[in-house]
Design a protein around this ligand. Sequence first.
Ligand SMILES: [Fe+2]
Length: 390
Amino acid sequence: MPVDVDVVRTVEMPTRLIHGPGALGHLRQALGELGVARPLLVTDPGVAAAGIAERALQQLDETIVFGDVRPNPDIEVVDRGAELYRAEGCDGLVGLGGGSSMDTAKSIGVVVAQGGSIVDYEYGSTPVSRRIPPLVAVPTTAGTGSEVTLWAVITDHDRKIKFNVGGTPLIGPHVALIDPELMLGLPPAVTAATGMDALSHAIECYTCDYHQPFSDAVALQAIELVRDWLRRAVEDGSDLEARKHMAHAATLGGMAYGTESAGAAHAMSQSAGGVHDCPHGALTARVLGPVCEYNAPADPERYARIAQGLGVATGGLAPLDAALAGVEALDSLTDEVGIPTMEELGFSEDEIPMLARIAFEDPQTIGNPRKVAISDYEEIYRNAFSRGKR
Ligand SMILES: [Fe+2]
């Protein structure tokens, strides 16, 4: 059910944004202002290979590098990073990379601040109750918005799921250094998947039960930026202007999350992402159109507004027709930027009953604008499998 109008609500934004080409050059100063002398730099081999980690390290004196982050980071990597942090006497964190590196850095911060293992802090069990150590998040992709979200997503291989940690400003980065120059070398597939993830955050947070005017504003701006700049960033990865606007879209999409969750597309992609290791953004994009098609009748006006944001001429159309035209535009964008099919992402149709069940159990099902039963998820998955066939 939609949130009551007479309930007092909050907007939490604990992160200072430093953005623009060359923002990485402010890393040393940002850490100094936070009183960090010996940071743990959390990153991944791809960022190291691109020479970005080296550019960060050149500014810093005493830095311990934890470069073991892999896509879809798991419990083991977080707990190992926290051990290294303690053993080396670190006093702050730098999360340098895509959502995986930034989420790992946040999660290391939680374990360092509160002890135990990151699995103890799955949303709904032990609450995150202490502020993480000072964290500077430096995104190298434009998608997850993890540099400002109040969440981290961690994979549990035993349960074959991803779980959420956070939902509180205590886990938010202290500073986000958003430097579009770091994104210039990203290949088209990564640009497309991450850009569509940013769009999915905006669309889901604009339509979920938790939306409020402040998140609406940033979500709509993110949708329009993706509309105008994602194709260009995919076509020409060296287009700094496109990179800059997509970086902003990602951060705005992350801001739309707040302390709340998204909706059915993320319930599906986060649960399915624990089954087959595939890019989160691509998987979310592949289910997003079918989810919007399913949800539109529950709130045609909001989905019609999204259609406008995506560039659809909605004048004269009834709200539901406009909303469905928006879904078409979304599907076209998804295909144009080359998002893989469900099969290409590693899934097969005989997995649909299982995928539908775990999506239903994912906490982000609550808050979706239309009630979703397991059988509804099966239908949405069948539609997702039919999309993108060339
Ligand atoms: Fe996402």
